[in-house]
Design a protein around this ligand. Structure first.
Ligand code: PMP
Length: 354
């Protein structure tokens, strides 16, 4: 067969498995443990399916207005996308064009590296400290931009607001993206810093706090100048990225935000008792402000991963990442689910011979 020229060779991001096991406890992709708000479910019934004959809106004005109100920003500071992966990937295209290396932590959302490679953006991975923290002083001046997740994934660690502000100050000549996918499980948002720092771009998603991972809606928050660049990129890639049904349901979610505040608080409570219970069993657990924890069992991570999987409990294990191979990342489910997980883990015998 003749060789086909011009094919791209890229190592893709590997997303968590979506098993179809009926009796599983699914704790491997940081989805929300609770259903979407009743208002979202209800508003499905009021969606005019005939409207699907038309393309969706280009700018989601209705969603932006109500979202802006809730966030305390102007709707000119918002851009909506097909999940925050869509927003983040376009932010790489929009903001990282200087030719200088961008910086992000060595342990963070695996997609950052994939986008950097995909779009030929040079990059440098900056090691987290021994405690898995981001030390902003490790980030060199004169770079092409910075992206961090806060709380970080897969550690769950939150960066202090003061440190984030220092990072923005030191790197005021490039865009600093703060990925706040998990901010509503106990973190402090960087939104108030937008008034002071035009180089700040925040990304958010409806996938985690709003229990709508299947809907694919995310958004970016930044100065009107940054949003205009994002809009130009979006209109060069996929102008109709957000479908009409997604916009309709996302609006209903924002209208019932009180529901989501409650479930996020509940998840944070469950996280805290579950973390403490693992510590009581002798595990090391990194202090998390997200809807997941990174924890090191007494036994090997692989053996615990397999035992859990045999019990239809799916968590995330990173055997290929040096610093993570002894850890498991466990999404926080309902109290009931986490009690079942704990019952299995309490039965495990012995530790590693170290
Ligand atoms: N950022 C981080 C840190 C994540 O873990 C995820 C979820 N995999 C995303 C962004 C993307 O989420 P979504 O595309 O569902 O909005």
């Amino acid at each position: 067969m003749a060789e086909i020229k011009g094919l791209r060779n890229i190592v893709p991001y590997v997303a968590g498995k979506q098993p179809t096991d009926k009796k599983m406890i699914k704790l491997n992709t940081n989805e929300n443990a609770y259903p979407p708000s009743p208002r979202v479910i209800d508003s499905l019934r009021f969606f005019a399916a005939e409207s699907l004959v038309r393309y969706p809106s280009l700018d989601q004005v209705d969603l932006k207005v109500i979202l802006a109100q809730r966030l305390g920003v102007s709707s000119k500071q918002l851009i909506i996308g097909n999940g925050s992966d869509d927003i983040l990937s376009q932010a790489f295209l929009a903001f990282f064009n200087s030719g200088l290396p961008i910086q992000f932590p060595d342990l963070t959302y695996g997609f950052y590296k994939v986008w950097a490679e995909l779009y030929h953006v040079p990059y440098k991975e900056v090691a987290l400290t021994e405690n898995f923290e981001i030390d902003f002083t490790d980030y060199e001046r004169g770079c092409g931009g910075i992206i961090i997740a806060n709380p970080n994934a897969p550690t769950g660690r939150l960066m202090e607001q003061a440190d984030l502000e220092s990072l923005l100050q030191v790197h005021s000549d490039v865009v600093v993206i703060v990925d706040e996918a998990y901010i509503n499980f106990g973190g402090q948002t960087a939104i108030p810093l937008l008034d002071k720092y035009d180089n700040l771009f925040i990304t958010r998603t409806f996938s985690k706090d709003a229990s709508l991972a299947g809907l694919r809606v995310g958004y970016g928050i930044g100065s009107p100048q940054l949003i205009a660049v994002m809009e130009a990129v979006k209109n060069s890639v996929n102008p109709y990225a957000v479908d009409s049904l997604a916009e309709h349901l996302a609006r209903a979610a924002v209208e019932d935000w009180g529901y989501y505040e409650k479930i996020c608080q509940q998840i944070a409570k469950t996280r805290d008792w579950f973390s403490q219970s693992l510590i009581d069993l002798g595990w090391s657990v990194i202090s998390s402000k997200a809807n997941f924890i990174l924890a090191k069992p007494l036994q090997t991570a692989q053996s615990v991963f397999e035992i859990l999987e045999n019990q239809h409990i799916y968590v995330r294990y990173f055997p290929k990442v040096d610093r993570l191979r002894d850890y498991l990342r466990i999404t926080i489910g309902t109290d009931e689910e986490m009690k079942q997980v704990l019952a299995v883990l309490s039965q495990l015998e012995g530790g590693c011979d170290e």
